[in-house]
Design a binder for this molecule. Structure first.
Ligand SMILES: *Cc1c(COP(=O)(O)O)cnc(C)c1O
Length: 456
């Protein structure tokens, strides 16, 4: 008998995943290795362990082990806010008058307001287990810094956050949430680090960028005894931790006998998307099932749809390993008018390689249409979505509207990565009708590509 699908498809606590899934293990052609920028040879465990915690460096380099046990302490922490609900968007379907069935996996149900806590707790756990004093990181809009400060507070670790200066000044609330959890928040570029001093001197009055804050945080980690650097997206270890999203989604769908046709996620550095799609892409890689997977990115920062697939720097200061990825060039800075997040210049190597192999498609969308989708979703489903998440909402709505034309009853699943309560300046622009849709010109991108590192 067909089960009635409830609004909220909950898993029981005991149905939560006990292992993370490493999709790289099932890829015949693996993502290209990280390279040491000086020697251009694949980075070694020893080199990576100087920057990252030992266990995380191991996870980063391991592309053959399919499953990693989730330590019990992390599983206990997950239980405070997971399993996250998979919700049938009945009200949105009705509004769109579509025969499609729309489901969303909601990751905003914790104080950080996003999926980032899934990896923050894992990274803080391994730092603590190694006996470190603390961790350093960067944050742009502030979700990652908030998630990490929560995780560090829980485990009693010191947390130092370099926050992009314009966000530090424009988003005082995020900053204060981090400080409430005990993190030390420094506007970047600062005068605390050599790279910060250099950038301040070269570009006086600069309001910073994510790439620059990464360079500062890495320098702060390697120059303090007992500290390591942690990163909230892009890396393979982060995708591994975020696979909990996809594993729960798949378990919940399986429980109700639902087969997804289409899986949609927003893509900044690729961590939520990579985590959401991992088990599904794994089935595709093994020839067990087929899905339409769509990565959605902003038209103003279009790394998959208009970038090049090449080795590039992960940061402005060029201190991090080189990664092969779809990139706009590490010097690319999205237009200041761009309010919708997802501003990183590159894309996870794993997501990039899956894209290159044709396992997923990519689409870019303008920010006004993204906020229109956000508003429609908020009105009918109640949740005020993060602008980042709303990129996925836009494409889910577009696909559901196509089903209205064709009459197809597709099962559309999308990742609702977080809430938008701290993005009210962006919503204000939208509500005032002064949001603009900037799209970089080909010349602009070519200029940026010209500065890519030469790798033989
Ligand atoms: C950080 C963030 C993203 C984008 O990061 P990915 O690594 O691409 O997942 C998307 N949504 C929210 C709410 C975020 O905080």
């Amino acid at each position: 008998m067909k089960k009635e699908i409830p609004y909220k498809i909950y898993l029981e606590e005991q149905e939560m995943p006990k292992q993370w899934y490493n999709v790289r293990a099932d890829m015949k052609k693996k993502p290209a290795p990280l390279l040491n920028p000086e020697t251009q040879k694949p980075v070694t465990l020893e080199e990576l362990s100087g920057i990252f915690c030992q266990e995380l460096a191991k996870q980063e380099l391991d592309d053959t082990t399919p499953y990693f046990d989730i330590p019990e302490e992390i599983r206990d922490f997950y239980k405070m806010y997971r399993p996250s609900p998979l919700t049938r968007a009945y009200c949105l379907e009705k509004k769109l008058d579509t025969p499609a069935h729309i489901y969303y996996k909601f990751e905003g149900n914790n104080t950080s307001g996003s999926h980032k806590l899934n990896s923050a707790i894992a990274q803080a756990y391994y730092a603590k287990a190694q006996g470190l004093k603390g961790v350093t990181t960067e944050t742009g809009a502030g979700q990652w810094g908030t998630a990490l400060s929560m995780a560090c507070a829980y485990l009693d670790l010191d947390c130092q956050v370099y926050m992009v200066k314009c966000s530090y000044e424009q988003k005082p609330f995020r900053r204060e949430v981090m400080r409430t959890y005990g993190a030390k928040v420094t506007p970047s570029p600062s005068m605390n680090t050599q790279v910060g001093q250099r950038i301040n001197k070269e570009f006086p009055g600069t309001t910073g960028s994510l790439g620059c804050a990464i360079s500062e945080a890495v320098e702060a980690a390697v120059s303090q005894e007992g500290y390591r650097y942690v990163l909230g997206s892009v890396l393979a270890q982060v995708l591994l931790h975020q696979s909990v999203i996809g594993l729960e989604t798949k378990a919940a769908l399986d429980k109700y006998g639902i087969k997804a046709d289409m899986i949609i996620g927003c893509a900044g550095g690729g961590s939520n998307l990579g985590g959401l799609i991992s088990p599904f892409a794994g089935q595709m890689l093994k020839g067990e099932a087929d899905y339409d997977i769509i990565a959605v990115e902003p038209a103003s920062c279009p790394s998959l749809t208009r970038g090049v697939y090449a080795y590039d720097f992960c940061d402005t200061g060029k201190v991090c390993p080189l990664a092969k990825m779809y990139t706009l060039g590490s010097g690319f800075i999205p237009s200041a008018n761009h309010a919708g997040g997802l501003r990183y210049h590159g894309m996870s190597s794993t997501v990039s390689e899956l894209y290159a192999q044709g396992y997923l498609k990519a689409r870019s969308v303008g920010q006004t249409e993204v906020f229109q989708a956000a508003q429609m979703f908020a009105k009918v489903e109640g949740i005020l979505p993060a602008p980042e998440s709303s990129h996925a909402i836009r494409v889910a709505i577009d696909e559901a509207l196509k089903c209205r034309e064709t009459g197809e009853e597709k099962n559309i699943v999308f990742g609702l990565t977080g809430t938008g309560y701290f993005d009210m300046v962006a919503y204000q622009k939208f509500n005032d009708g002064i949001m603009s849709d900037y799209v970089p010109s080909d010349e602009e991108l070519q200029r940026s590509f010209a500065a890519l590192p030469k790798v033989d």
